[in-house]
Design a protein around this ligand. Structure first.
Ligand code: SAM
Length: 408
Protein backbone atom coordinates (compact mmCIF):
# COMPACT_ATOMS: atom_id res chain seq x y z
CA UNK A 1 0.00 0.00 0.00
CA UNK A 2 1.40 3.40 -0.99
CA UNK A 3 1.25 6.19 1.60
CA UNK A 4 0.83 9.74 0.32
CA UNK A 5 0.41 13.16 1.90
CA UNK A 6 -1.86 15.57 0.05
CA UNK A 7 -4.03 18.65 0.39
CA UNK A 8 -7.71 18.21 -0.39
CA UNK A 9 -9.21 20.70 -2.84
CA UNK A 10 -12.93 20.16 -3.31
CA UNK A 11 -15.86 17.77 -2.84
CA UNK A 12 -16.88 15.61 -5.78
CA UNK A 13 -20.44 14.70 -6.68
CA UNK A 14 -20.77 11.54 -4.56
CA UNK A 15 -19.39 13.18 -1.41
CA UNK A 16 -15.71 12.24 -1.54
CA UNK A 17 -13.02 14.90 -1.23
CA UNK A 18 -10.58 15.29 -4.14
CA UNK A 19 -6.84 15.82 -3.98
CA UNK A 20 -4.11 15.46 -6.58
CA UNK A 21 -0.82 13.57 -6.52
CA UNK A 22 1.66 13.62 -9.42
CA UNK A 23 -1.14 14.76 -11.75
CA UNK A 24 -3.52 12.01 -10.71
CA UNK A 25 -6.91 12.70 -9.12
CA UNK A 26 -7.27 10.97 -5.74
CA UNK A 27 -10.72 10.52 -4.19
CA UNK A 28 -10.64 10.61 -0.41
CA UNK A 29 -13.82 9.61 1.48
CA UNK A 30 -14.42 11.55 4.71
CA UNK A 31 -11.94 14.29 3.80
CA UNK A 32 -12.76 18.03 3.80
CA UNK A 33 -11.46 20.59 1.28
CA UNK A 34 -8.51 22.52 2.72
CA UNK A 35 -7.33 19.63 4.89
CA UNK A 36 -3.92 18.10 4.68
CA UNK A 37 -4.14 14.33 5.09
CA UNK A 38 -2.00 11.24 4.97
CA UNK A 39 -3.69 8.47 3.03
CA UNK A 40 -3.00 4.94 1.91
CA UNK A 41 -3.99 4.17 -1.67
CA UNK A 42 -6.79 1.61 -1.51
CA UNK A 43 -7.62 1.50 -5.25
CA UNK A 44 -5.27 2.52 -8.04
CA UNK A 45 -6.79 3.00 -11.50
CA UNK A 46 -5.25 4.45 -14.67
CA UNK A 47 -6.83 7.89 -14.43
CA UNK A 48 -7.64 8.12 -10.72
CA UNK A 49 -7.07 6.50 -7.32
CA UNK A 50 -9.03 6.23 -4.11
CA UNK A 51 -7.40 6.63 -0.70
CA UNK A 52 -8.22 5.89 2.92
CA UNK A 53 -7.32 8.56 5.48
CA UNK A 54 -4.66 7.34 7.92
CA UNK A 55 -4.14 10.70 9.65
CA UNK A 56 -5.57 14.17 9.30
CA UNK A 57 -2.38 16.25 9.46
CA UNK A 58 -4.13 19.64 9.32
CA UNK A 59 -7.87 19.41 10.04
CA UNK A 60 -10.34 21.85 8.50
CA UNK A 61 -12.05 24.17 11.01
CA UNK A 62 -15.36 22.62 9.85
CA UNK A 63 -14.39 19.11 11.07
CA UNK A 64 -16.71 17.90 13.87
CA UNK A 65 -17.23 14.64 15.76
CA UNK A 66 -19.94 12.56 14.04
CA UNK A 67 -22.72 11.75 16.53
CA UNK A 68 -23.60 8.34 15.06
CA UNK A 69 -21.35 5.40 16.01
CA UNK A 70 -22.11 3.74 12.63
CA UNK A 71 -20.83 6.75 10.67
CA UNK A 72 -17.98 5.70 8.37
CA UNK A 73 -19.21 2.13 7.92
CA UNK A 74 -22.94 2.70 7.26
CA UNK A 75 -23.63 3.72 3.66
CA UNK A 76 -26.47 6.10 4.61
CA UNK A 77 -24.53 9.22 5.68
CA UNK A 78 -21.44 10.84 4.15
CA UNK A 79 -21.04 14.22 5.87
CA UNK A 80 -21.57 13.81 9.63
CA UNK A 81 -17.91 14.83 10.11
CA UNK A 82 -18.62 18.27 8.57
CA UNK A 83 -20.35 21.13 10.44
CA UNK A 84 -23.81 21.69 8.95
CA UNK A 85 -23.16 25.23 7.62
CA UNK A 86 -20.14 23.93 5.73
CA UNK A 87 -22.13 21.01 4.26
CA UNK A 88 -24.45 23.58 2.68
CA UNK A 89 -21.58 25.52 1.09
CA UNK A 90 -19.87 22.38 -0.20
CA UNK A 91 -23.06 21.01 -1.77
CA UNK A 92 -23.79 24.35 -3.41
CA UNK A 93 -20.32 24.18 -4.96
CA UNK A 94 -21.07 20.66 -6.27
CA UNK A 95 -24.15 22.00 -8.10
CA UNK A 96 -22.17 24.89 -9.59
CA UNK A 97 -19.34 22.57 -10.64
CA UNK A 98 -21.71 20.07 -12.34
CA UNK A 99 -23.44 22.86 -14.31
CA UNK A 100 -20.07 24.24 -15.40
CA UNK A 101 -18.36 20.94 -16.21
CA UNK A 102 -21.23 18.81 -17.59
CA UNK A 103 -23.68 21.54 -18.64
CA UNK A 104 -20.96 23.80 -20.11
CA UNK A 105 -22.64 26.80 -18.45
CA UNK A 106 -19.89 29.29 -17.74
CA UNK A 107 -21.39 31.17 -14.79
CA UNK A 108 -24.38 29.15 -13.54
CA UNK A 109 -26.94 31.24 -11.62
CA UNK A 110 -26.95 29.10 -8.45
CA UNK A 111 -28.53 30.59 -5.31
CA UNK A 112 -27.32 29.81 -1.78
CA UNK A 113 -28.66 26.46 -0.57
CA UNK A 114 -31.80 26.49 1.57
CA UNK A 115 -31.07 24.49 4.74
CA UNK A 116 -33.22 21.81 6.32
CA UNK A 117 -34.79 23.09 9.58
CA UNK A 118 -33.65 19.76 11.12
CA UNK A 119 -30.15 18.62 10.12
CA UNK A 120 -30.85 15.31 11.95
CA UNK A 121 -34.10 13.36 12.53
CA UNK A 122 -35.69 14.59 9.28
CA UNK A 123 -36.36 11.42 7.24
CA UNK A 124 -40.04 10.47 7.00
CA UNK A 125 -39.05 7.12 5.46
CA UNK A 126 -36.28 4.61 6.21
CA UNK A 127 -35.65 1.28 4.56
CA UNK A 128 -33.85 -1.54 6.34
CA UNK A 129 -32.22 -4.55 4.72
CA UNK A 130 -31.64 -7.87 6.47
CA UNK A 131 -28.13 -9.10 7.31
CA UNK A 132 -26.95 -12.66 6.64
CA UNK A 133 -27.68 -13.55 10.30
CA UNK A 134 -31.20 -12.06 10.22
CA UNK A 135 -30.64 -8.62 11.82
CA UNK A 136 -32.11 -5.42 10.43
CA UNK A 137 -29.64 -2.81 9.27
CA UNK A 138 -28.35 -0.64 6.46
CA UNK A 139 -25.96 -1.44 3.65
CA UNK A 140 -22.34 -0.68 4.41
CA UNK A 141 -20.51 2.06 2.50
CA UNK A 142 -19.53 0.87 -1.02
CA UNK A 143 -20.61 -2.72 -0.26
CA UNK A 144 -23.67 -4.99 -0.23
CA UNK A 145 -22.92 -6.10 3.35
CA UNK A 146 -25.69 -5.22 5.80
CA UNK A 147 -24.58 -3.83 9.15
CA UNK A 148 -26.97 -4.06 12.13
CA UNK A 149 -28.29 -0.66 13.27
CA UNK A 150 -29.89 0.20 16.62
CA UNK A 151 -30.57 3.86 15.94
CA UNK A 152 -30.55 6.00 12.81
CA UNK A 153 -29.73 9.65 13.50
CA UNK A 154 -31.35 11.00 10.36
CA UNK A 155 -34.64 9.09 10.81
CA UNK A 156 -37.54 11.11 12.24
CA UNK A 157 -38.03 10.46 16.01
CA UNK A 158 -41.50 8.99 15.17
CA UNK A 159 -39.75 6.28 13.17
CA UNK A 160 -37.08 5.69 15.79
CA UNK A 161 -39.80 5.14 18.40
CA UNK A 162 -41.57 2.76 16.02
CA UNK A 163 -38.37 0.83 15.29
CA UNK A 164 -37.69 0.36 19.00
CA UNK A 165 -41.29 -0.79 19.66
CA UNK A 166 -41.37 -3.49 16.97
CA UNK A 167 -40.12 -6.98 17.68
CA UNK A 168 -39.09 -7.99 14.23
CA UNK A 169 -36.02 -10.18 14.69
CA UNK A 170 -36.64 -13.72 13.44
CA UNK A 171 -39.32 -12.81 10.88
CA UNK A 172 -38.66 -14.08 7.32
CA UNK A 173 -38.05 -10.55 5.99
CA UNK A 174 -36.35 -9.40 2.79
CA UNK A 175 -36.76 -5.72 3.53
CA UNK A 176 -38.59 -3.46 5.96
CA UNK A 177 -39.66 0.13 5.35
CA UNK A 178 -40.95 2.53 7.99
CA UNK A 179 -42.84 5.63 6.84
CA UNK A 180 -44.59 8.42 8.69
CA UNK A 181 -46.56 11.58 8.16
CA UNK A 182 -44.66 13.98 10.39
CA UNK A 183 -47.52 16.51 10.28
CA UNK A 184 -50.35 13.99 10.82
CA UNK A 185 -48.83 11.42 13.21
CA UNK A 186 -49.59 8.53 10.80
CA UNK A 187 -47.13 5.64 10.82
CA UNK A 188 -46.75 2.68 8.51
CA UNK A 189 -44.64 -0.49 8.54
CA UNK A 190 -44.10 -2.09 5.12
CA UNK A 191 -42.88 -5.68 5.08
CA UNK A 192 -41.35 -7.44 2.13
CA UNK A 193 -40.98 -11.14 2.97
CA UNK A 194 -39.58 -14.31 1.43
CA UNK A 195 -42.34 -15.89 -0.66
CA UNK A 196 -44.74 -13.02 0.17
CA UNK A 197 -45.68 -14.79 3.46
CA UNK A 198 -47.48 -12.27 5.74
CA UNK A 199 -45.51 -11.99 9.02
CA UNK A 200 -47.22 -12.51 12.37
CA UNK A 201 -46.68 -9.38 14.39
CA UNK A 202 -48.61 -7.54 17.06
CA UNK A 203 -48.05 -4.03 18.30
CA UNK A 204 -49.76 -1.61 20.67
CA UNK A 205 -48.75 1.42 18.60
CA UNK A 206 -51.28 3.08 16.27
CA UNK A 207 -49.67 2.03 13.04
CA UNK A 208 -50.62 0.46 9.70
CA UNK A 209 -48.92 -2.80 8.75
CA UNK A 210 -48.70 -3.53 5.04
CA UNK A 211 -47.22 -6.43 3.10
CA UNK A 212 -45.65 -5.34 -0.19
CA UNK A 213 -45.53 -8.31 -2.57
CA UNK A 214 -42.81 -8.91 -5.14
CA UNK A 215 -45.25 -7.56 -7.78
CA UNK A 216 -45.44 -4.32 -5.68
CA UNK A 217 -49.02 -5.04 -4.62
CA UNK A 218 -49.77 -3.58 -1.17
CA UNK A 219 -51.76 -5.94 1.09
CA UNK A 220 -53.01 -4.27 4.31
CA UNK A 221 -52.49 -6.53 7.36
CA UNK A 222 -53.54 -4.04 10.05
CA UNK A 223 -55.11 -0.64 9.38
CA UNK A 224 -54.93 1.19 6.04
CA UNK A 225 -52.62 0.61 3.08
CA UNK A 226 -51.77 4.30 2.90
CA UNK A 227 -50.75 7.13 5.19
CA UNK A 228 -51.55 10.82 5.10
CA UNK A 229 -49.04 13.68 5.10
CA UNK A 230 -49.67 17.40 4.99
CA UNK A 231 -47.57 19.85 2.98
CA UNK A 232 -48.31 23.57 3.04
CA UNK A 233 -51.91 23.02 4.18
CA UNK A 234 -52.78 20.26 1.66
CA UNK A 235 -53.27 16.64 2.79
CA UNK A 236 -51.96 13.84 0.58
CA UNK A 237 -52.86 10.18 0.58
CA UNK A 238 -49.65 8.20 0.04
CA UNK A 239 -49.94 4.45 -0.61
CA UNK A 240 -47.22 2.07 0.54
CA UNK A 241 -45.44 1.84 -2.87
CA UNK A 242 -45.87 5.53 -3.84
CA UNK A 243 -42.97 8.00 -3.85
CA UNK A 244 -43.08 10.96 -1.48
CA UNK A 245 -40.45 13.61 -0.73
CA UNK A 246 -38.23 12.41 2.16
CA UNK A 247 -38.05 15.60 4.21
CA UNK A 248 -41.49 17.13 4.74
CA UNK A 249 -40.29 20.56 5.93
CA UNK A 250 -38.00 20.96 2.93
CA UNK A 251 -40.73 19.63 0.59
CA UNK A 252 -42.80 22.59 1.79
CA UNK A 253 -40.07 25.06 0.82
CA UNK A 254 -39.70 23.26 -2.52
CA UNK A 255 -43.42 23.51 -3.28
CA UNK A 256 -43.46 27.23 -2.48
CA UNK A 257 -40.55 27.89 -4.82
CA UNK A 258 -42.18 25.89 -7.65
CA UNK A 259 -45.39 27.88 -7.12
CA UNK A 260 -43.52 31.20 -7.13
CA UNK A 261 -41.54 30.36 -10.29
CA UNK A 262 -44.64 28.99 -12.10
CA UNK A 263 -45.98 32.58 -11.85
CA UNK A 264 -49.61 31.56 -12.50
CA UNK A 265 -52.52 34.00 -12.92
CA UNK A 266 -55.45 31.61 -13.37
CA UNK A 267 -55.31 31.46 -17.17
CA UNK A 268 -52.43 29.04 -17.73
CA UNK A 269 -52.23 25.36 -18.66
CA UNK A 270 -49.67 23.45 -16.57
CA UNK A 271 -48.13 20.04 -17.19
CA UNK A 272 -46.82 18.23 -14.08
CA UNK A 273 -44.65 15.46 -15.53
CA UNK A 274 -43.39 12.74 -13.13
CA UNK A 275 -46.15 14.02 -10.85
CA UNK A 276 -46.21 11.30 -8.14
CA UNK A 277 -49.16 11.59 -5.75
CA UNK A 278 -49.78 15.17 -6.89
CA UNK A 279 -47.52 17.26 -4.62
CA UNK A 280 -46.92 20.07 -7.14
CA UNK A 281 -50.22 19.75 -9.04
CA UNK A 282 -52.21 20.25 -5.82
CA UNK A 283 -50.39 23.49 -5.08
CA UNK A 284 -50.56 24.81 -8.66
CA UNK A 285 -54.16 23.82 -9.48
CA UNK A 286 -55.82 26.67 -7.50
CA UNK A 287 -53.97 29.19 -9.74
CA UNK A 288 -54.24 27.48 -13.15
CA UNK A 289 -56.89 27.01 -15.83
CA UNK A 290 -55.86 23.46 -16.63
CA UNK A 291 -53.42 20.97 -15.05
CA UNK A 292 -52.34 17.62 -16.53
CA UNK A 293 -50.34 15.24 -14.34
CA UNK A 294 -48.37 12.33 -15.82
CA UNK A 295 -47.29 9.48 -13.54
CA UNK A 296 -46.05 6.01 -14.48
CA UNK A 297 -46.55 4.13 -11.21
CA UNK A 298 -50.13 2.82 -10.86
CA UNK A 299 -50.29 3.27 -7.05
CA UNK A 300 -48.99 6.85 -7.22
CA UNK A 301 -51.32 7.70 -10.13
CA UNK A 302 -54.28 6.30 -8.12
CA UNK A 303 -53.21 8.44 -5.13
CA UNK A 304 -52.98 11.49 -7.40
CA UNK A 305 -56.50 10.81 -8.68
CA UNK A 306 -57.77 10.67 -5.09
CA UNK A 307 -55.73 13.67 -3.87
CA UNK A 308 -56.73 15.95 -6.75
CA UNK A 309 -60.40 14.88 -7.03
CA UNK A 310 -61.64 18.25 -5.74
CA UNK A 311 -60.16 20.03 -8.81
CA UNK A 312 -62.37 19.49 -11.90
CA UNK A 313 -59.72 21.06 -14.16
CA UNK A 314 -56.99 18.52 -13.26
CA UNK A 315 -56.46 15.44 -15.45
CA UNK A 316 -54.38 12.44 -14.40
CA UNK A 317 -52.70 10.45 -17.17
CA UNK A 318 -51.16 7.16 -16.07
CA UNK A 319 -48.15 6.10 -18.14
CA UNK A 320 -44.61 7.23 -18.84
CA UNK A 321 -43.85 10.76 -20.00
CA UNK A 322 -42.36 9.16 -23.13
CA UNK A 323 -45.70 7.43 -23.90
CA UNK A 324 -48.16 10.11 -22.79
CA UNK A 325 -46.58 13.48 -23.64
CA UNK A 326 -46.47 13.03 -27.48
CA UNK A 327 -50.28 12.53 -27.50
CA UNK A 328 -51.14 15.56 -25.34
CA UNK A 329 -53.08 18.39 -26.80
CA UNK A 330 -51.34 21.66 -25.95
CA UNK A 331 -50.55 24.39 -25.62
CA UNK A 332 -48.96 24.34 -22.15
CA UNK A 333 -47.62 27.51 -20.58
CA UNK A 334 -45.64 25.84 -17.79
CA UNK A 335 -44.05 22.39 -17.60
CA UNK A 336 -42.86 21.05 -14.23
CA UNK A 337 -40.60 17.99 -14.42
CA UNK A 338 -39.38 16.03 -11.39
CA UNK A 339 -37.75 12.90 -12.84
CA UNK A 340 -35.92 10.15 -10.94
CA UNK A 341 -32.13 10.38 -10.51
CA UNK A 342 -31.53 9.35 -14.13
CA UNK A 343 -33.11 12.61 -15.32
CA UNK A 344 -35.31 12.95 -18.42
CA UNK A 345 -34.76 10.63 -21.37
CA UNK A 346 -34.07 12.38 -24.73
CA UNK A 347 -37.52 11.14 -25.89
CA UNK A 348 -39.25 12.68 -22.86
CA UNK A 349 -37.40 15.99 -23.26
CA UNK A 350 -38.22 16.12 -26.97
CA UNK A 351 -41.93 15.37 -26.40
CA UNK A 352 -42.15 18.06 -23.68
CA UNK A 353 -40.22 20.59 -25.77
CA UNK A 354 -42.67 20.05 -28.63
CA UNK A 355 -45.41 21.42 -26.32
CA UNK A 356 -43.48 24.74 -26.44
CA UNK A 357 -43.93 25.80 -22.79
CA UNK A 358 -42.81 29.36 -22.03
CA UNK A 359 -41.55 28.27 -18.58
CA UNK A 360 -39.90 25.05 -17.63
CA UNK A 361 -39.39 24.20 -13.93
CA UNK A 362 -36.96 21.34 -13.45
CA UNK A 363 -36.94 19.66 -10.00
CA UNK A 364 -33.91 17.39 -9.73
CA UNK A 365 -32.31 15.10 -7.16
CA UNK A 366 -29.08 14.67 -9.13
CA UNK A 367 -26.89 17.63 -10.17
CA UNK A 368 -25.12 15.59 -12.88
CA UNK A 369 -28.28 14.64 -14.81
CA UNK A 370 -29.69 18.13 -14.18
CA UNK A 371 -26.56 19.59 -15.81
CA UNK A 372 -26.85 17.22 -18.79
CA UNK A 373 -30.54 18.10 -19.31
CA UNK A 374 -29.89 21.83 -18.73
CA UNK A 375 -27.49 21.78 -21.69
CA UNK A 376 -30.14 20.04 -23.83
CA UNK A 377 -32.76 22.64 -22.83
CA UNK A 378 -30.39 25.55 -23.51
CA UNK A 379 -29.55 24.07 -26.93
CA UNK A 380 -33.31 23.80 -27.56
CA UNK A 381 -33.74 27.55 -27.00
CA UNK A 382 -34.29 27.97 -23.25
CA UNK A 383 -32.39 30.26 -20.90
CA UNK A 384 -31.43 29.04 -17.43
CA UNK A 385 -32.67 31.83 -15.16
CA UNK A 386 -32.02 30.46 -11.68
CA UNK A 387 -31.08 27.32 -9.78
CA UNK A 388 -32.18 26.93 -6.16
CA UNK A 389 -30.57 24.07 -4.20
CA UNK A 390 -32.43 22.67 -1.17
CA UNK A 391 -30.87 20.53 1.54
CA UNK A 392 -33.48 17.78 1.46
CA UNK A 393 -30.93 15.19 2.69
CA UNK A 394 -28.59 16.65 5.38
CA UNK A 395 -25.55 14.53 6.36
CA UNK A 396 -25.57 12.91 2.89
CA UNK A 397 -24.16 14.00 -0.46
CA UNK A 398 -27.61 14.01 -2.07
CA UNK A 399 -28.85 17.38 -3.35
CA UNK A 400 -32.28 18.57 -4.47
CA UNK A 401 -32.57 21.56 -6.81
CA UNK A 402 -35.29 23.53 -8.55
CA UNK A 403 -34.27 25.30 -11.76
CA UNK A 404 -36.21 27.81 -13.81
CA UNK A 405 -35.79 27.86 -17.60
CA UNK A 406 -37.56 30.44 -19.75
CA UNK A 407 -38.00 30.22 -23.54
CA UNK A 408 -35.62 32.69 -25.15
C1 SAM B 1 -38.79 12.05 -7.94
S1 SAM B 1 -40.43 11.41 -8.00
C2 SAM B 1 -41.36 12.90 -8.00
C3 SAM B 1 -42.82 12.78 -7.65
C4 SAM B 1 -43.56 14.08 -7.35
N1 SAM B 1 -43.22 15.15 -8.28
C5 SAM B 1 -43.32 14.53 -5.93
O1 SAM B 1 -42.62 15.54 -5.73
O2 SAM B 1 -43.79 13.88 -5.01
C6 SAM B 1 -40.52 10.82 -9.63
C7 SAM B 1 -41.83 10.18 -10.00
O3 SAM B 1 -41.80 9.86 -11.39
C8 SAM B 1 -42.35 8.59 -11.62
N2 SAM B 1 -41.71 8.14 -12.87
C9 SAM B 1 -40.50 7.55 -13.03
N3 SAM B 1 -40.22 7.41 -14.35
C10 SAM B 1 -41.27 7.93 -15.02
C11 SAM B 1 -41.56 8.12 -16.41
N4 SAM B 1 -40.71 7.73 -17.35
N5 SAM B 1 -42.73 8.70 -16.74
C12 SAM B 1 -43.61 9.11 -15.78
N6 SAM B 1 -43.39 8.96 -14.46
C13 SAM B 1 -42.22 8.40 -14.08
C14 SAM B 1 -42.05 7.80 -10.37
O4 SAM B 1 -43.00 6.76 -10.19
C15 SAM B 1 -42.17 8.88 -9.27
O5 SAM B 1 -43.47 8.95 -8.77
Amino acid sequence: MTRIQLTLEQIAHGGEAIGRHEGKVIFVPFGIPGEQVEIEVAEDHRSYARGRILRVLRPAPERVDPPCPHFGTCGGCHFQHIAYEAQLRLKEAVVRDALRRIGKIEDPPVRPMIPSPDPFGYRNQVQFSVSADGHLGFQAMRSHRVIPITRCWIAHPMLQELYEALEIEGLPLRRLTLRCGVRTGDRMVIFETEGDEPPLLETDLRVSLVLLTQEEKAVPLIGLDYLTEEVDGFRFRISAPSFFQTNTAVAEALVRRVREWADLHGTEAVLDAYGGVGLFAAHLAPFARRVVLIEAHPAAAADALHNLSSFPHVEIRMGTVEEVAPGLEGPFDVVVVDPPRTGCSPEALEALRALRPARWIYVSCDPATLARDARRLIDAGYRLVEVQPFDMFPQTYHIETVSLFVRS
